[in-house]
Design a protein around this ligand. Structure first.
Ligand SMILES: *Cc1c(COP(=O)(O)O)cnc(C)c1O
Length: 357
């Protein structure tokens, strides 16, 4: 089994953060400008639709994604789970890539919360074809779970922060629609794709029935995600927001951080992408180490013992996540400078060299 240190393992105020934390883009702390925006937020009761800051955020998300309506939620996981709950009935099946977050990292939510079965397609780096989707469709026969929805991930996390090309996405979504499937986009890192590919978010989102973005990944906010779609979809999503415990009160305090992130932290994702490439270049050629291609803000690399390697770098103040017995992930973000990336790369090289010495 792989081990993955997460903050939930550690309880206490005396835990010093690693000097360079490449564990995930979720480790960012709100900037002082973001905290100031939070402190000044106008608030009201969100559940009653009376929080002006949340309502501004919803409007802003609709403008960016080209959707009719949007709802503010505590997490991306809840966006995925509410969407499946709206789109599917118990016993229905969704189709997604074998690497999908919704399949691996959401605690069995689709089964537990919606009674949904998952079938997978084995895409290339998380990107699959219309043909593969069609091959996964179930015949209309009482023996089979009804194929109900397709879930795509932009960027595809586990395969390496890979960007779905717009044309590939369109082909799959067209085939899905022609076969009566709902189309759902897990856009946890949609803006990394927007910045890397130069494609407006609305161009991707227009292909889907439901889409969401996470404010706590590269955008650097402390809490929150927004689920967007048609007015009818969002009206139905609101019921499950309440049912799943995601209806909040004066959440303008956190929505202000998300608005700030949309204003100030989208374009700078290009810096994270540059830093990821810088890191990959700096560690490539280190002994016993294979670096995978870099697409956005993630660098995956392979070593003989990923957990042991991560322990060794952590002892030098550099943290990675362990994503397989031989695979590590480094994620660049708002709280990592190019100088820190160089420092982390130097630690990786030193550890790699001492292992093979
Ligand atoms: C992080 C992530 C999620 C879940 O988002 P949370 O806000 O952490 O609940 C879903 N999908 C992908 C691809 C992610 O990277």
């Amino acid at each position: 089994m792989t081990s993955n240190r997460t903050s939930s393992d550690r309880f206490g105020t005396d835990v010093a953060p690693p000097r360079v934390d490449l564990f995930s883009d979720t480790v960012t702390r709100p900037t002082s400008a973001m905290r100031a925006a939070m402190a000044e937020a106008e608030v009201g009761d969100e559940q009653r639709g009376e929080d002006p800051t949340v309502n501004r955020l919803r409007a802003r998300v609709c403008e960016l994604l080209g959707t009719e309506d949007a709802v503010f939620l505590p997490s991306g996981t809840m966006c995925n789970q509410i969407s499946l709950r709206v789109h599917c009935a118990p016993g229905d099946e969704i189709i997604t890539d074998v690497t999908a977050h919704v399949r691996h990292y959401e605690s069995g939510g689709p089964a537990a919360l919606s009674g949904v079965n998952i079938t997978t397609v084995d895409g290339r780096d998380g990107v699959f074809s219309a043909q593969q989707l069609l091959a996964a469709l179930r015949p209309d026969d009482n023996h089979f779970p009804p194929s109900r929805a397709v879930v795509l991930e932009q960027t595809a996390n586990l395969p390496g922060g890979v960007v779905w090309p717009l044309d590939a996405m369109r082909e799959v979504c067209d085939a899905a629609q022609a076969n009566g499937l709902r189309r759902h986009l897990d856009g946890a890192r949609l803006f990394n794709a927007v910045v890397a590919a130069g494609v407006p978010a609305a161009d991707y989102c227009g292909l889907f029935d439901s889409v969401w973005i996470d404010f706590t990944k590269g955008l650097g906010a402390p809490v929150g995600a927004a689920l967007a779609g048609s007015a009818d979809f969002i009206r139905r999503a609101w019921r499950f927001k309440h049912q799943f415990g995601g209806a909040m009160r004066q959440s303008g305090v956190i929505a202000a951080a998300s608005l700030h992130a949309l204003d100030h932290h989208i374009d700078r994702l290009a810096d994270d992408h540059n830093n990821a490439r810088r890191f990959a270049d700096a560690i490539s050629g280190a002994p016993g180490l294979t670096v995978e291609p870099v697409h956005t803000n993630m660098v995956f690399f392979q070593v003989s013992d990923a957990a042991g390697f991560a322990d060794a770098t952590l002892a030098h103040g550099v943290r990675f996540s362990v994503v397989g017995p031989n695979r590590l992930r480094a994620v660049t973000h708002l709280d990592v400078t190019s100088g820190q990336v160089d420092e982390a790369a130097a630690v990786v090289r030193r550890v790699a060299e001492s292992w093979t010495a």
